[in-house]
Design a protein around this ligand. Structure first.
Ligand SMILES: C[S@@+](CC[C@H](N)C(=O)[O-])C[C@H]1O[C@@H](n2cnc3c(N)ncnc32)[C@H](O)[C@@H]1O
Length: 373
């Protein structure tokens, strides 16, 4: 057995042992797809420069490249929307924009998709093409459509898949619009996060079909939802456990903050719930549903820390701080008082006894997306 084959086998054994890879058809599909074939362009390894988070290239054949391809590790493959590993030597401090997902997450999601042979699947976020290849190995490439936003990334995935003799329908475009020509689909799976499940995905899934997507937002908390599409054009379903997080779909990334409003304006009141609640992942997730367009920043003003939540579209904002007596004070302005909405939503959740995310249901209707418990 070659070193590569052995590393591949060890990875699959580990994924089976930790419960990500559960059923024989997916074990067979995962065994048929060597991940390194989709990482021949190299990846970026995380490092720090002067205390700042940074990335440095690891190219094919370099020390550690093959081993990393077969570790249960997310491997970043594009930075700042254009830069690939071959483009730089040294370090870069910008944000990742494409990656090869953690193999355990890819396979866990494929298992959670609950497919049967012959089903037609639309994947959003092709990335390296690795998950597209595993899907194709399981269902046949004629049943797989994958949409990638970035043309360069899509072209590289197409080449890697073709090299391997796999030819799914690969579309370069905005996956939030789905791909009508290939529908209706039995399943839609997204390997980028969304702020809200797009109506197009529901329209392009047959009634009874399912959408598996990570619903997240600008407060930095997300969860994996498995929605069933109903005859009336709505979709609903549970959140699955695990604090799953993906880079947000590019059109769903937050707009620039622009000029901050005058944070001295606005009405003050004592807060019922303090901003320290936002250190908790699930609380942030719950709040996001109430104020989906809000971004968060922390400022040092007037000698104290202020936690600012701001919706740049409506102009509504809240600034929270602790006064000398340790009480939380909320100052708010704009048409939709941000902390009023956050407290109301958190209050309902607290009143219900803070149920766990596995007890949450997401519904998507023409009126938008809602969270229930
Ligand atoms: C985590 S990567 C996908 C990893 C991939 N499944 C794999 O196994 O390599 C997320 C991808 O989603 C893409 N993406 C972001 N927004 C998108 C959108 N609106 N439509 C389609 N793809 C999008 C990104 O360019 C990125 O390549």
């Amino acid at each position: 057995m070659t070193n590569q084959a052995q590393l591949h086998e060890e990875l699959l054994d580990a994924l089976a042992a930790n419960g990500s890879l559960r059923t024989d058809p997916w074990k067979k599909a995962a065994a048929a797809v060597p991940r390194h074939e989709f990482l021949r362009g190299g990846f970026f390894r995380h490092t720090t420069v002067d205390g700042f988070s940074a990335w440095e290239s690891v190219l094919e054949g370099e020390d550690g490249w093959l081993e990393a391809c077969y570790r249960d590790e997310l491997l970043v493959t594009q930075i700042a929307g254009t830069i690939v590993p071959a483009d730089i030597r040294g370090q870069i401090t910008r944000e990742p924009t494409s990656s090869s997902t953690l193999p355990s997450l890819v396979l866990r999601m494929l298992e959670d998709l609950q497919v049967e042979s012959g089903m037609r699947v639309l994947e959003i976020g092709t990335g390296t093409g690795y998950s597209t290849a595993v899907l194709s190995a399981r269902l046949g490439d004629q049943n797989v459509t994958s949409v990638e936003y970035d043309e360069g990334v899509a072209a590289r995935a197409r080449a890697a898949l073709a090299q391997f003799g796999i030819h799914p329908t690969l579309v370069a475009g905005d996956g939030l619009l789905g791909h009508t020509a290939g529908g209706p689909y039995d399943r839609i799976i997204a390997t980028c996060g969304v702020k809200a499940v797009p109506a197009a995905w529901i329209e392009q899934t047959r009634p009874g079909g399912a959408i598996l997507a990570t619903v997240g937002g600008w407060l930095g908390a997300s969860e994996l939802a498995r929605l069933t599409v109903h005859n009336d054009g709505t979709a609903s379903g549970p959140l699955l456990s695990g604090q799953v997080s993906f880079m947000l779909a590019r059109p769903h990334t937050p707009p620039p903050l622009g000029l901050l409003p005058d944070l001295s304006e606005g009405k003050e009141r004592e807060a019922i719930i303090g901003a320290d609640v936002l250190t908790d992942w699930t609380s942030r997730f719950v709040v996001q549903f109430a104020v989906p367009d809000v971004q968060r920043l922390t400022l040092n003003r007037n000698g104290r820390t202020e936690h600012v939540l701001i919706d740049v579209t409506s102009g509504s904002w809240a600034a929270l701080y602790q006064d000398d007596r340790g009480r939380w004070i909320a100052r708010q302005d704009g048409p939709d008082p941000v902390w009023d909405a956050a407290e109301e939503q958190l209050g309902r959740w607290h009143a219900a006894g803070t149920p766990a995310v596995e007890e949450f249901t997401v519904t998507v209707t023409a009126d938008g997306q809602n969270l229930h418990w």
